[in-house]
Design a protein around this ligand. Structure first.
Ligand code: GRG
Length: 296
């Protein structure tokens, strides 16, 4: 069996081609919009959510072509959220994935439309291809992504985030915000990979969902630590933004040491929820490790 780095790199490389083929080609009208969509999705990003879908899909015995489609749908929702988040009406940032943000490279109206179009394309992918032998499960998958990305998921978490600027939140309030803003899509990435296969029972799926909840929150805690400790060049996005924007984070609430302890505790809880899966869950365990030790 290959080591984690080779497994991840092989998927990242292959998945880049999948995305290139699924995105509208740049010569297709409207060209500026299509070029901006490709600019925002391709060549950049760690692809953590797709890797979680691939690892969960492997465990569930899923067909890789099906997992590619759900992973692409999740990555398109993620890319749309980054494009919109960077706009002047939200985080107002100029750097993302080591390059100018979409509204800087293109313009604000185009960035707005890029987000809208990526979101629509995600749901198009989930509805125009066969992803499960059972059409009812496929319908559930569409709903799963809709809930995870909408006002009861990622967009709702973003609304809390915007509302929290300059406020002192409690740890449970911060947790609620991040379980939605960051965690919901990470959780969905895992469940969508699982539903492409049919090897797992309801209890096993619940354990993987709990794993997703823990790594989703851990991802955000680590993000807060990196924002405070890492530099802009390493992150590929502006460091120190949370403090500049007077945003409550795990670091401002708990301090760096306690925030790191929290991410370690979440990692342990995530590992615990995989304890009955044996060697089949190796990649999920390695991804949980990566989420904790990542430097960008
Ligand atoms: C605009 C509806 C809407 C939602 C925005 C995801 C998000 C919600 C905002 C991004 C702001 C942010 C820094 C969130 C913290 C965690 C996070 C999602 C970081 C970016 O994800 P990575 O690190 O990015 O996976 P790459 O570039 O590697 O894909």
């Amino acid at each position: 069996m290959s080591d984690f780095q080779s497994w991840a790199s092989a998927h990242q490389l292959r998945f880049e081609d999948v995305l290139k083929n699924l995105l509208p080609q740049p010569e297709l009208a409207p060209r500026r919009l299509h070029s901006a969509m490709r600019y925002s999705v391709l060549e950049g990003g760690k692809r953590v959510r797709p890797l979680l879908s691939f690892a969960a899909g492997e465990l569930a015995g899923a067909d890789l072509q099906r997992v590619d489609l759900v992973a692409a749908a999740v990555e398109m929702i993620h890319a749309y959220s980054l494009v919109h988040d960077d706009m002047p009406c939200m985080d107002d940032d100029v750097l993302r994935r080591g390059k100018p943000t979409c509204h800087v490279e293109y313009d604000e109206a185009t960035a707005l439309l890029v987000g809208d179009s990526l979101q629509s394309l995600a749901f198009q992918l989930l509805s125009e291809h066969t992803l499960s032998d059972d059409p009812l499960i496929q319908l559930q998958m569409v709903k799963l992504l809709a809930v995870a990305s909408g006002s009861r998921g990622m967009a709702g978490g973003q609304a809390f985030d915007l509302d929290s600027v300059g406020k002192q939140l409690s740890v449970p309030e911060l947790e609620f915000m991040h379980i939605h803003k960051t965690g919901a899509l990470i959780r969905a990435a895992i469940l969508l990979g699982v539903h492409c296969g049919n090897r797992l029972d309801t209890a096993q799926i619940a354990k993987l969902d709990h794993f997703g909840k823990c790594v989703g929150l851990a991802f955000q805690v680590v993000d807060d630590v990196l924002d405070a400790e890492a530099d802009t060049a390493t992150l590929g996005k502006t460091a120190g933004k949370d403090a500049d924007n007077d945003k409550p984070t795990y670091v401002t609430l708990l301090g760096v040491t306690q925030a790191k302890k929290m991410s370690a505790d979440l990692h342990a809880e995530a590992m615990d929820s995989l304890s009955t899966f044996g060697a089949g869950a190796l990649r999920l365990r390695e991804l949980a490790d990566f989420i904790i030790i990542r430097k960008y």
